[in-house]
Design a protein around this ligand. Structure first.
Ligand code: PLP
Length: 397
């Protein structure tokens, strides 16, 4: 007799909820934030540049521009590329809505492209097929933390003379053929939201080797002004001009101080995520009802998410019931993502509909994100494995 899962009246594998992701905040983080709060600069001070320089050097880019969120990073990046009225920006269907929304902020049109069925990363051949005379940029997403097929994408964007943006919000700490995420596209964007691999509470960054684009994005985050508050103070001048329309998408100094401290820990955290992911891989190789996503050779996967597909033919129930059963075991499982073109906003305003991206749509019916974060213990990982074994054997066909 298989063990009874909690959803059918058995005991859950654990008493407290294990979230799918959780920040790691140490005493050192608390200390640097407190010190910055006691300094002269709460915002637009020296910590911003210090964080930008540390981040640029970490990812091997010439420039990094700190902004208030991952969404603001995409907004700044698309704006620097000149996305405007009627311009098309190619984005994957399998991503968080913000990737596409940032094009809409600038009156652009997101064009949704389907995924590779194994990795769920954007498919370069489908990107090429979606290019039109209106295409202004291609934006790929390092979904789950796995770097995209950059060789394939670059070949396409170079052939068509288009810029490549990497939405790397999942992938700080990852690399492809030894080159760090953040140096693989013309512009790369990051998020420091609390669930992401490193955090500043809310926050974001854009990295690039293009100094002019960086200067444009620094103005864009600051109302389109030619100078910021600290530069004016240093010059002893009140003068500034507004050259373009901009926003207030700045990151505070105390958040940048936290970012500097968090960034130092990213290598160790990435290794820990990979260790847990490899344990999952080994255990799930024996559970035929679920299949982890494919990992390409030559990448170091940052594992923001660990995503499995539930194989419908092998179980008496579907993904949703497996999801509920895992929640009943006190695992904070999640689903990433509802393909963006299926959201009512896009259906209503951009005429998108089911059937446009069949691979992403089919995957969406099968995927579950399992708990994975740097602060997880080995016992936590074993709980996830035990719950998965219990639930899958109970519902085995
Ligand atoms: C989190 C995320 C964003 C948005 O970042 P915020 O900091 O929450 O604004 C954009 N794209 C992807 C792929 C994300 O995961």
């Amino acid at each position: 007799m298989p063990e009874i899962p909690a959803i059918a009246g058995g005991m859950p594998v654990r008493e407290t909820l294990l979230p799918y992701s959780r920040q790691t905040i140490g005493e050192d983080d608390v200390q640097v934030v407190t010190e910055t709060l006691r300094s002269d600069w709460l915002t637009t001070g020296p910590k911003v540049e210090e964080f930008e320089q540390a981040f640029a050097s970490f990812v091997g880019a010439k420039e990094a521009v700190a902004v208030s969120s991952g969404t603001a990073a995409l907004h700044g990046a698309f704006s620097a590329l000149g996305v405007g009225n009627g311009d098309e920006v190619i984005v994957p269907a399998m991503t968080f809505a913000a990737t596409a929304n940032a094009a809409v902020f600038l009156n652009g049109t997101p064009v949704f492209v389907d995924s590779d069925p194994g990795t769920l990363l954007i498919d370069p051949a489908k990107v090429e097929a979606a290019i039109t005379p209106k295409t202004k940029a291609v934006c790929c997403v390092d979904y789950a933390g796995q770097p995209c097929d950059y060789d394939g994408l670059r070949a396409v964007t170079e052939r068509h003379g288009l810029p490549l943006v990497a939405d790397a919000c999942h992938a700080i700490g990852g690399s492809s053929k030894g080159k760090p995420v953040g140096s693989l596209a013309d512009l790369s964007t990051f998020s420091f939201h609390a669930v992401k691999p490193m955090t500043t509470g809310e926050g974001g960054m854009i990295t690039t080797n293009d100094a002019e684009a960086a200067a444009t994005m620094r103005r864009f985050r600051n109302h389109g002004l030619t100078s910021d508050h600290r530069e004016r103070q240093e010059r002893g001048s009140w003068f500034y001009e507004m050259t373009d329309i901009g926003f207030n998408e700045r990151l505070t100094d105390f958040q940048c101080a936290l970012g500097i401290a968090q960034l130092r820990k990213v290598p160790a955290w990435t290794k820990r995520r990979q260790d847990v992911a490899h344990r999952y891989d080994a255990a799930f190789a024996e559970i035929h009802a679920i299949t982890p996503l494919t990992v390409q050779p030559n990448v170091s996967h940052a594992y923001h998410l660990y995503v499995v597909r539930v194989n419908p033919g092998m179980l008496t129930v579907g993904r949703t019931e497996i999801f509920k059963a895992l929640r009943a075991e006190n695992l904070g499982v999640n689903v990433h993502y509802i393909p963006v073109h299926l959201h009512p906003f896009y259906r209503e305003h951009f005429g998108t509909h089911p059937g446009m991206c069949p691979v992403a749509e089919a995957a969406y019916e099968q995927i579950i994100s399992l708990p994975l974060f740097a602060g997880m213990t080995d016992a936590d990982a074993l709980d996830v494995i035990e719950a998965m074994k219990k639930v899958c054997s109970y519902y085995q066909r």
